[in-house]
Structures are given as structure tokens and as C-alpha cells.
Design a protein around this ligand. Structure first.
Ligand SMILES: Nc1ncnc2c1ncn2[C@@H]1O[C@H](COP(=O)(O)OP(=O)(O)OP(=O)(O)O)[C@@H](O)[C@H]1O
Length: 367
């Protein structure tokens, strides 16, 4: 089962440039969380801090009971083994074929025989739709395949925490949905704690259990996804709509004069191309595991956890949560009445039916 990751009062600067300060939140064990935020707000710096590649100057990062900012190098090495990380470009070794790339962590960190390694590598390549592509070099395949190969490699050591940096970068919307589905299915299968950093609003609205947003060097909010998705906080609304209108400017923050000028342009009829104020409002149904997958244990734990805090949430979030539970036949926190997650999932391969699959052509690993 995935482990809880708890961050307390975390502050990171590079020289005099403060990236974020006093960041506090908990990634609940085995749940899927996503972190949003305008470019440059330090989302990647945050992921790198979680795995100990960067060192915040203040605060705690407690992973499975160990504060990685205080522990010994040996303890940090052990904690790092809990992680599987999918970097934006897959971070594959260019001179190794996909098989050797995926086998690499097993050869480096375990004493498994080559035949054991082969079984694991082929299983993960199959899981990520890459069977048949094991002999290809990263330079010979598409960005989508590189991402899936990076995911296959992130999974070989059975991680308890999976960090995913911008899963949609370089992918078309259909492949982004397939990759998101893969993450949800993996969560159902291995119950890992997952944190996704993304700009993709559709993914953020439909995939995670919990959502947070970094802005102005702070964590604006973090909690059950319904809280952020029903928030009236101007920076959150602006970000969700992808609108020019609001406090977020080209380089993070804009001044009052620019905000006023843009409001006047909008009132005079200028269209910035973003959806209307009422579009992208509300909470869409959450992506479910592919039918036939195990029930997501993280979802069941979340239902219990959220039901215990429900009264403390803003009213809009409470209503959205109750509506979703009612629509799915879940009891108020009564996990015994939960329907199998797969039972409410969209039909398997629904997108494939219209022609685009995980692979460009059915049966081919190319895309
Ligand atoms: N090693 C480093 N040394 C100095 N500054 C850095 C370092 N790494 C990142 N930064 C700075 O930290 C800030 C946040 O960068 P980061 O890549 O984390 O942003 P981000 O939110 O992930 O952005 P994007 O969404 O565009 O990927 C940037 O100003 C960047 O220049």
C-alpha cells in the first residue's frame, strides 16, 4: 500500500529568490493528488524536493515516518526506493533500448537474475502498451511512447509513491486520457500514493482525488478536489478557465493597472478566447479504473476520510461531494455500500471505438 507523504512549513529559495514558503499539506496514502500552478511557481522544484534532489531550507518532509530533511544519507537512500518518478520527457537513456532502460533500476538496485528481470520488464512493457517495442531506442519512438516507457521504468521497483511531472506535455488529448487512465488503473492495482503535477485542466478536474494549487509563492489550497473545483478564489477561477482576466499575468503576477486595463477591454467586448465564466464550473465525475480492475482502495479510504471532514468544507464542496456520492450509490462515508469502482466506469475502449487507441494502430506500439 502507498505511504502518506506529509509536508510541513516547507520553504525553498535559490539565493535571494524565494520559490515557495510555508507549504503544508498531506498526500493521503494510496490516493491520487494533483498540483496545479502557473509556470514558474516551483512545481518541479517541489517534486525534486520530495525525492531529496533539492533541499528546502526550512520545514519537514515526512515520508513513511522519516523526515528526509533530517535523516542520514543511508535512510534517504532507503526512502528513495519507495518512489517511482515519471519525468516530463521520460528521462530515458538515449543509448539504451527500451528493454534495457526499463531493466536499469532492477539491475542497479536488486540482485534479481536476468530471467526474473525479463519477467518484470515484459510485464511492465505490456502494462504500458509497449510490447513489441522493447528493441527500439528512445530516439526512434514518439513522445507518447517515451512517456509510457518512462512510466514502465518508474514501476519496476513496485513503488509506493509515484510522482508524475506533467504527464500531458507533448501528448495529444486522446493519449493524455489514455495515460491518465493508466495512472488510475495502476493506482487501483498497486494502491500507490500518486502525485501529478499538471497544467492540464481536464486532467486536473477528472483524475485526482485531491487538488492543490501553488501561486504567489504559496500553496493557495490543497484538499478534496471538490474544494478547489468549486472555489471562488480569483486566481483559482482564472487558472481553471485559462483566462487572461484575473490576477495571474504573463510573468506570474500582474499589477492593478494592467488588471484594470484588461477588464476594460473585456467590458468593451474583447474576447480572450477562454470559456465563459459558467463553463468549467462545478465538479465533473471522476475517472474510474477500467472495468475489470480491482476496486481502488484509495477511493474507499478517501470516502471515509472525506466524510469525517465533510462538515468543515465550504458549502459548495460539500454539495458537490454529496451529489457525486449519491449519483454513484455510495453511502455517506459508509464504504460497505460502495459499488465496485469499475461498475460506473465508461465503457472500456470507448475512445478506441472512434478510432484512436493507446497505439496509433491497434496492435502496434507506435505512437
Ligand atoms: N537548480 C535551480 N537553481 C536555481 N533556480 C532554479 C533551479 N531550479 C529551478 N529554479 C527556478 O525555480 C523557479 C520554479 O521553477 P520550476 O521549474 O519548479 O517551475 P514550474 O512551476 O515547474 O514551471 P513549469 O510549469 O513552467 O514547468 C523558476 O524560476 C526556476 O528558474
Amino acid at each position: 500500500m502507498g505511504v502518506e507523504v506529509s509536508v510541513e512549513g516547507l520553504t525553498k529559495s535559490f539565493g535571494s529568490q524565494k520559490i515557495w514558503e510555508d507549504v503544508t499539506f498531506t498526500l493521503p496514502e494510496g490516493e491520487v493528488s494533483a498540483l496545479l500552478g502557473p509556470s514558474g511557481t516551483g512545481k518541479s522544484v517541489f517534486l525534486k524536493s520530495l525525492i531529496g534532489l533539492l533541499r528546502p531550507e526550512r520545514g519537514k518532509i515526512i515520508i513513511d515516518g522519516t523526515d528526509i530533511l533530517q535523516c542520514t544519507a543511508k535512510e534517504l537512500y532507503e526512502v528513495r526506493k519507495l518512489f517511482g518518478v515519471l519525468f516530463q520527457d521520460g528521462a530515458l537513456f538515449g543509448s539504451m533500448d527500451l528493454y534495457d532502460n526499463v531493466a536499469f533500476p532492477l539491475r542497479e538496485h536488486t540482485r534479481k537474475s536476468e530471467s526474473e528481470i525479463r519477467n518484470i520488464v515484459m510485464e511492465k512493457l505490456e502494462l504500458t502498451g509497449l510490447t513489441g517495442a522493447e528493441g527500439k531506442l528512445p530516439g526512434e519512438i514518439s513522445g507518447g511512447m517515451r512517456k509510457r516507457a518512462g512510466l514502465a521504468r518508474a514501476l519496476v521497483l513496485d513503488p509506493e509513491i509515484i510522482l508524475v511531472d506533467e504527464p500531458d506535455s507533448g501528448l495529444d488529448p486522446v493519449r493524455t486520457t489514455y495515460l491518465a487512465q493508466l495512472l488510475i488503473d495502476i493506482n487501483a492495482q498497486i494502491d500507490a500514493t500518486i502525485l501529478i503535477v499538471t497544467h492540464n485542466i481536464n486532467l486536473a478536474r477528472t483524475v485526482p482525488d485531491n487538488l492543490g494549487m501553488l501561486y504567489r509563492k504559496n500553496l493557495v489550497m490543497f484538499g478534496p478536489r471538490e474544494v478547489l473545483l468549486t472555489s471562488e478564489e480569483p486566481s483559482v477561477r482564472q487558472f481553471l478557465r485559462g483566462s487572461k482576466l484575473g490576477p495571474i499575468g504573463m510573468s506570474e503576477e500582474k499589477d492593478d493597472a494592467q488588471m484594470r486595463a484588461e477588464m476594460e477591454q473585456a467590458e468593451a467586448g474583447h474576447n480572450d478566447g477562454s470559456p465563459g465564466e459558467d463553463e468549467l464550473r462545478g465538479v465533473p465525475s471522476q475517472m474510474q479504473p477500467t472495468p475489470g480492475s480491482p476496486v481502488r482502495q484509495g477511493e474507499l479510504r478517501r470516502e471515509k476520510r472525506v466524510s469525517e471532514m465533510l462538515d468543515t468544507l465550504p458549502e459548495g464542496a460539500q454539495n458537490a461531494i454529496r451529489e457525486e456520492w449519491a449519483a454513484r450509490g455510495h453511502g455517506n462515508g459508509n464504504t460497505a455500500t460502495a459499488v465496485p469502482a469499475g461498475a460506473v466506469a465508461p465503457a472500456s475502449g470507448g475512445d478506441s471505438a472512434s478510432g484512436i487507441g493507446l497505439d496509433d494502430h491497434y496492435g502496434s506500439a507506435e505512437n
